[in-house]
Design a protein. Structure first.
Length: 277
């Protein structure tokens, strides 16, 4: 599933062609939504917003489209109106005079009056957006100390959209490794220094992933691996997807675990139980 950085990058691409433009064509691939096409057609898009893994398309006349990519949804932006051949099902098509924005495969789509949008069941319960530029490491540190979160294991907390919207599987493994914390640790067990380091790692890696298109490795290390001839997939992550390969910091083999049917990777030497490094 795309995570916060990927959704924000998709939103940037869509915003570049839709924001400030009138949408001449609106087509929904979901039958129950087709009645909204005439309601939105001929109106101007004023903002493309993300909230966690949801993308919100706001129109000037007070209506918005909510969409969530779920596991398989993907946006495509093209110049012109000739749609590319695809085996995927088109769920939403927005066209201006010059471009087309197409959402494939996702089915969690709805149209709302903008003033009521935050009542959407998903939006009403999520925490701050991890890609919100106003979010600071101190905000995250404070949330880690809140009663709703302080007793949860980090492995579960870092998938909980009520804690931070937009976190997902690869970011969870990468952030906890960068902070040198065991996945089973709980915020209430951590020192003030641990909390600060975790909060900073959360911002640093999520924003680095956004800026690099999905690479969490420090630029110097990623570039060094590239110079050695490694493909992009092998110079993206510190631990995620690298089971049995050596940790870049200590050389110990990375371990893979299944927690709640989701993959989690960590280095047992850099992230020992009971204390941090």
């Amino acid at each position: 599933m795309p995570e916060g950085p990927e959704i924000r990058r998709a939103a940037d691409e869509i915003a570049a062609v839709l924001e400030g433009s009138t949408v001449d064509t609106v087509k929904f691939g979901v039958p129950r939504l087709r009645r909204h096409s005439a309601q939105l057609r001929g109106h101007q898009v004023i903002n493309i917003e993300t909230r966690g893994k949801a993308l919100l398309t706001h129109f000037e006349h007070g209506y918005s489209i909510y969409s969530h990519n779920q596991l398989y949804g993907v946006w495509r932006v093209i110049r012109g109106h000739k749609l590319p051949k695809s085996s995927r099902s088109m769920r939403l098509l927005l066209q201006t005079s010059t471009h087309s924005a197409i959402l494939y495969s996702a089915s969690d789509i709805s149209v709302w009056p903008t003033a009521e949008l935050m009542a959407h069941p998903f939006l009403a319960k999520i925490g701050p957006d991890i890609m919100d530029r106003s979010l600071t490491w101190r905000d995250i540190a404070q949330r880690l100390r809140e009663p709703d979160f302080v007793r949860k294991e980090l492995a579960a907390l870092y998938l909980d959209q009520k804690f931070l919207a937009g976190n997902g599987n690869y970011l969870r493994s990468e952030i906890l490794h960068d902070a040198r914390l065991h996945p089973r640790a709980r915020p209430g067990e951590l020192s003030r220094g641990d909390i600060g380091r975790l909060a900073r790692s959360t911002l640093t890696l999520s924003r680095r992933s956004y800026e690099t298109g999905g690479i969490t490795l420090a630029p110097r290390l990623s570039n060094a691996l590239k110079a050695q001839g490694l493909s992009r997939n092998w110079r993206r992550f510190y631990v995620f997807g690298r089971a049995d390969y050596p940790c870049y910091h200590c050389g110990h083999g990375i371990e893979r675990h299944e927690i709640g049917s989701r993959r989690l990777y960590h280095c047992p030497d850099c992230q020992p139980p009971g204390h941090s490094r």
